[in-house]
Design a binder for this molecule. Structure first.
Ligand code: GDP
Ligand code: MG
Length: 235
């Protein structure tokens, strides 16, 4: 059989088309949020990095200045949303049913539900909607949720080599939070090696060291959020 006789295999790159459709939905969501005056922040990181703990402390710091609500995404359970509600923060839980990330469509559904809930509970939608994404360093980085800012939380015990091992997560984030600095002395965490890895992936990234346990550095993260929102409001 010659090359000309050989039947060509038709290959469909499903992944590419899924990403293209998601990017479009994410841009649509961003335009809508801009019209409504809502800032959406997507928080990513491994399970146990301290996403919920850091958010609880940071939202307490922001209280009075900005109204905040949280969408907690998990495969199952409502543990994190309960923690938020116990702290008086409007919150809903999104179940992904086994999926390890949220896409823009799921995020839009979450935003709608969160704003309806905030309206019912407080009489107004929130200015800052925070998405605590599913705990995972790979999948969430692949999908644009429609957020205005991406936050990656890494904790000291996870190690200083993560920017080298999970490049996309560090490429797609705007700020890298290094949590659990209160236990820094117990780990061989080389800050220079870590920062070099972050800037290699993302020269524009901001790095903030903090501890959700002691509260150190939480003010710097809260200021970073306020700066992002004031730039967004002016744009
Ligand atoms: N020592 C210490 N432990 C922390 C810190 N932040 C979170 N933790 C603990 O780490 C565990 C996971 O925290 P959590 O906020 O639930 O992480 P998430 O899964 O990323 O939301 C909990 O036992 C927290 O108490 C911190 O800054 N220092
Ligand atoms: Mg959590």
């Amino acid at each position: 059989m010659t090359e000309a006789d050989e039947k060509k295999v038709r290959i469909i790159e499903v992944k590419e088309s899924v990403f293209a459709a998601n990017d479009e939905a994410a841009d649509k969501l961003r335009s809508r949020l801009k019209e409504e005056g809502t800032f959406l922040m997507n928080v990513m990181g491994s399970p146990g990095a301290g996403k919920t703990s850091t958010l609880l402390k940071t939202i307490a710091e922001l209280k009075g200045d900005i109204s905040v609500g949280v969408m907690e995404a998990d495969i199952d359970s409502d543990v994190d949303a309960r923690d938020m509600l116990d702290a008086g923060i409007p919150s809903i839980q999104i179940h992904t049913g086994g999926m390890c990330h949220l896409d823009a469509g799921m995020t839009e559904t979450g935003v709608n539900e969160l704003q309806a809930y905030a309206q019912e509970e407080t009489g107004a939608p929130v200015d800052l909607a925070i998405l605590e994404n599913v705990g995972n360093l790979v999948c969430p980085a692949e999908f644009d949720t429609g957020a205005n800012a991406n936050v990656e939380i890494l904790s000291v015990p996870e190690g200083d080599d993560k920017p080298y091992k999970y490049p996309l997560m560090f490429e797609t984030t705007d700020v890298v939070l290094v949590n659990k600095i209160d236990v820094m002395e117990h780990f061989d965490f080389d800050k220079k090696y870590f920062e070099d890895g972050v800037y290699l992936r993302n020269p524009e990234a901001t790095i903030i060291y903090l501890s959700a346990k002691t509260g150190e550095g939480i003010d710097a993260f809260a200021s970073w959020i306020k700066d992002q929102i004031s730039v967004y409001d002016l744009a």
